[in-house]
Design a binder for this molecule. Structure first.
Ligand SMILES: *Cc1c(COP(=O)(O)O)cnc(C)c1O
Length: 450
């Protein structure tokens, strides 16, 4: 034991070894940590060699220098994957962020008048043009948008919502909770599976501020079910002079069938044409932009929402605004097919199969992994179109003597990390969310496992 302990070099020696390659402060910290760990392990009889020490110090230095937030290869096939950062962004939008972030901008400055301007003005006109809305406001995210709409239009009054739509979106976002936080009073109507126009109608009183409909987002109901659609709800609102609000969840700016997806999911524009007064949704779901909450609708209602002091607390940041404006402009220019989310969702089976075969060939060359190209079905993802499953192609990977959970875990610890999904006890790498250039990243990860 004493011999092993004596073999551990002094921290100063280790610093000398790595000096000039890494920052000295970082070498010092890594050297201290690793030599202490080695001493402890030797004393506890857990270590019988020290020749690995310099390698371990270098690994520690690299770990200390690497960022916590990292690029990940998403091989789950879930396009709108909230855990993995939702929408990847268009290259031009990112270049624009750099331009705006590097220096000053007219964020809240009217260049024509030489006086204070509004950050919302950079996207409001574009959103109105794309959706036919009279007015628009963008905030931090859709959770913030829901809160702001309810707080502005319904604090201290009642909001009528179907019992079939009192949903939890994920995290701590539950409709009854956000309603309570906003100061509005939830007036639930109907039943879990059936809600009729009459149910809303009977709940309307002088205390009613809003008729609200909520997208179910992460589940759907089948069978003995009935709900009031957007047209019926807006007609009812007009009949009684009560505004209607739809939390659309995902912000869709085009007809979803243009992506080859067979769904009735209405776009923002369709919701408004059906007579809904205010609609809101996320910027980073089907829209394919940055995290943002987009509120659209009738001018006099939006004016009130904009004047709410909480709008300041929920305001969008300039970097996000830059990405959002560029992403929206891609729609204006008819270039929305280039938006990564839309591109990934519109891929053909042939494209996906081709990529799966290519990856399978690459991995087979390593002569360690068994691969098989499989057709599968996968959901588009978080809070978008829960009733839809899309056909996709995957590479099923196996390694002899290793269970799929362990293989998946090792891949997650690679650089860059690769995240797949396990189905029926096999690790699948789904090609829908993997780009051609990421195939070499995946190959590199598997090579590092050898
Ligand atoms: C996703 C979602 C939200 C929350 O949106 P964020 O942009 O993630 O804050 C709210 N309501 C519905 C119906 C959703 O699907």
């Amino acid at each position: 034991m004493d011999k092993l302990l004596r073999e551990i070099p002094q921290v100063a020696k280790i610093i000398e070894r790595f000096k000039g390659v890494y920052p000295e402060e970082v070498i010092k910290r890594a050297a201290r940590e690793v030599t202490q760990e080695y001493r402890r392990e030797i004393r506890n009889g857990l270590r019988d060699r020290t020749d690995t020490l310099l390698g371990d110090v270098e690994k520690r230095i690299r770990a200390l220098l690497s960022t916590n937030l990292r690029k990940v290869v998403n091989a789950t096939g879930i396009v709108i994957n909230t855990n993995l950062g939702r929408a990847p962004l268009h290259r031009e939008a990112l270049e624009f962020v750099k331009e705006i972030g590097e220096g000053y901008s007219n964020l809240e400055y009217d260049l024509k008048k030489g006086e204070r301007g509004s950050r919302n003005s950079h996207v409001e006109g574009i959103l109105c043009e794309l959706t036919g809305a009279e007015a628009a406001l963008v905030v931090n995210n859709n959770a913030g948008a829901v809160y702001l709409v309810l707080n502005t239009l319904a604090a201290g009054k009642e909001v009528v919502v179907s019992r079939g739509e009192l949903v939890e979106i994920g995290g701590s976002f539950r409709i009854p909770d956000i309603m309570k936080a906003s100061g509005a009073v939830l007036r639930e109507v109907g039943t879990t599976n059936k809600t009729k126009t009459r149910d809303y109608e009977e709940a309307i009183s002088e205390n009613t501020a809003l008729l609200m409909k909520v997208h179910r987002s992460n589940f759907y109901m089948e069978g003995f079910v009935q709900e009031v659609n957007l047209e019926e709800l807006s007609q009812l609102g007009k009949k009684y002079g009560v505004p209607t609000y739809y939390d659309a969840g995902s912000g869709l700016l085009i007809n979803i069938r243009e992506m080859g997806i067979n769904s009735q999911e209405p776009s923002f524009g369709e919701c408004l044409r059906k007579g809904i007064d205010v609609v809101s949704g996320s910027g980073d779901k089907l829209l394919g932009g940055p995290q943002a909450g987009i509120i659209l609708g009738r001018r006099e209602l939006l004016e009130k929402v904009k004047r709410n002091p909480m709008a300041r607390a929920l305001r969008i940041d300039k970097l996000t605004l830059a990405v959002l404006e560029k992403s929206l402009r891609l729609y204006l220019e008819g270039r929305y097919r280039e938006i990564p989310v839309i591109r990934m969702l519109s891929q053909t089976e042939k494209e996906l199969r081709g990529r799966a075969r290519k990856l399978a060939r690459m991995l087979r060359k390593l002569e360690v992994f068994e691969t098989e190209v499989l057709k599968d079905m996968a959901k588009p993802g978080g809070g978008s179109i829960p009733e839809v499953e899309l056909p996709t192609y995957c590479v099923a990977v196996k390694q002899k003597g290793m269970n799929p959970e362990e293989l998946a875990r090792r891949l997650r610890l690679c650089e860059p990390p690769v995240v797949g999904r396990i189905k029926r006890d096999v690790l699948l790498l789904d090609m829908r969310t993997v780009s051609d250039t990421e195939l070499t990243d995946i190959l590199r990860a598997f090579t590092s496992l050898l």
